[in-house]
Design a protein around this ligand. Structure first.
Ligand SMILES: [Zn+2]
Ligand SMILES: [Zn+2]
Length: 434
């Protein structure tokens, strides 16, 4: 039987092959960008008028009944303050399944799903400048970050695409709770397509993760396919980890332990985290926790997922409804299964916190107060994320290489990727490649 290290090396080699393939794709796109005109401002000349995309056919329906259709539609035009990107890769998230199947209410009929988009900016929604947000009208609500988004840059488009900026939540730094928020691939068309638009203020520049220029690309730790799952699976997992309270011990700037954790007295105990479900989001969250020195136990169905957990360095991997080998300081449930909540609550030690990462969950069974809630245990839900969460997580990923278990699918097989996700055919994350 191969050792854990050998397994890991095999996996890294496998991912390196995928990365090479994707670098070739990215290189081809870069060449196309360079060939398209005398300057980057001329990129719009190479944009076709129509594109292929997936969209919800009529009504959301079970994924096995093919609720999505593969269509040819006009390439969208960016409004002022928006950018148009050529999609290089788009991750497949469980939320796309909820949108396609109707677990989430319809916000935009015939929507194109997909909110883990790595794309190259080919056009900005402004007539006379190659940078967004430089007009007087835009200046008041356009961040410096947005103003620097430029044609030719590689950016990430994620789930959160609009907040009002005026409500109490927005003003208190909780824009994820804004009542007027809008989401990619739900309120607006997403990345299961060859092109997508997004407000420049809400895209993430990916220069630190995907350095541009072919020489840097060769040395880059991530491929475009690797980066796509970071944009939701990664960011939401990070938010869920934040909600467990375990990150409060660290200085966010450099991830050193806060002074209060290192001063006199007994050395701080290694935090013990339980992860319920182990797919696209959990396998990234586990690596963040492990990099910070936490002990991670994984509870999940599926031998492939358990194996991946152990390869990544988790201490144990057991069945979804099994007891972990020790009590947990905190746990995160990634599976959309309410029945797991009492199971996880019983596994917490006194004062433990359970964080629920999903946007949708089946009903929660009744719980026994003494066994499952008392002793100051807490249940916390996670709603979306703030842009600050996104920036923090992507900066973490740039400095701590995360192994992404990505399963590339051609864009034309988007529906198949969702069917495979539902069937649990792979651990890790599916990524569509146009
Ligand atoms: Zn708001
Ligand atoms: Zn998502």
């Amino acid at each position: 039987m191969p050792s854990r290290l050998e397994l890991r090396e095999t996996k890294v080699a496998k991912m390196a092959n995928i990365s090479d393939a994707m670098r070739d794709t990215a290189g081809a796109v870069a060449n196309e960008v360079r060939d398209s005109g005398s300057s980057l401002n001329d990129l719009s000349a190479s944009i076709p008028t129509t594109m292929h995309a997936w969209r919800v056919r009529t009504e959301p329906a079970p994924i096995d009944t093919d609720p999505l259709e593969w269509v040819e539609v006009p390439v969208p035009q960016p409004a002022p303050g928006e950018v148009l990107v050529k999609v290089l890769a788009c991750g497949v998230c469980r939320t796309d399944l909820h949108v396609s199947e109707g677990d989430l209410p319809v916000h935009l009929p015939h929507v194109t799903p997909g909110h883990e988009i790595v794309g190259r900016v080919v056009k900005v929604g402004k007539e006379s400048s190659d940078a967004v947000g430089t007009s007087q009208a835009d200046a008041s609500h356009t961040s410096n970050a947005a103003r620097s988004v430029r044609v030719g840059q590689t950016v990430g488009i994620a789930w959160l695409r609009h907040t009002c900026g005026e409500c109490d939540f927005c003003r208190e730094g909780k824009e994820n709770l804004c009542q007027r928020s809008r989401y990619t691939g739900w309120d607006a068309n997403g990345g299961y397509a060859q092109y997508a638009v997004a407000p420049a203020d809400y895209v993430y520049p990916l220069d630190d993760l995907l350095p541009q220029g072919t020489e840097d690309d060769a040395a880059s730790a991530y491929s475009t396919v690797d980066v796509a799952p970071l944009l939701c699976a990664g960011i939401i997992g990070y938010r869920a980890l934040e909600r467990t309270g375990l990150l409060d011990r660290y200085n966010r700037r450099d991830w050193s332990l806060k002074e209060s954790e290192t001063s006199d007295g007994p050395a701080p105990r290694q935090p013990v985290l339980g992860l319920y479900g182990f797919g696209g989001s959990a396998h990234l969250t586990a690596q963040v926790a492990l990099a910070l020195g936490m002990k991670v136990h994984v509870l999940t169905r599926g031998k492939a997922a358990q194996k991946l957990a152990l390869e990544l360095g988790c201490v144990s991997a057991r069945g979804a409804y099994d007891d972990p080998p020790e009590k947990l300081d905190a746990a995160i449930i990634f599976a959309p299964v309410g029945a797991m909540i009492p199971v996880a609550m019983r596994a917490l030690r006194s004062g433990g916190i359970l964080s629920l990462a999903g946007i949708h969950m089946s009903d929660v069974p009744s719980m026994n107060y003494e066994r499952e809630l008392f002793h100051e245990k807490e249940i916390r839900t996670v709603e979306s994320n703030t842009r600050q969460d996104g920036r923090e997580f992507l900066a973490f990923a740039a400095t701590h290489h995360l192994a992404v278990d990505a399963h590339p699918y051609p864009l034309a097989q988007g529906q198949r990727a969702l069917q495979d996700l539902k069937a649990g055919s792979f651990a890790g994350a599916a990524v569509l490649v146009p």
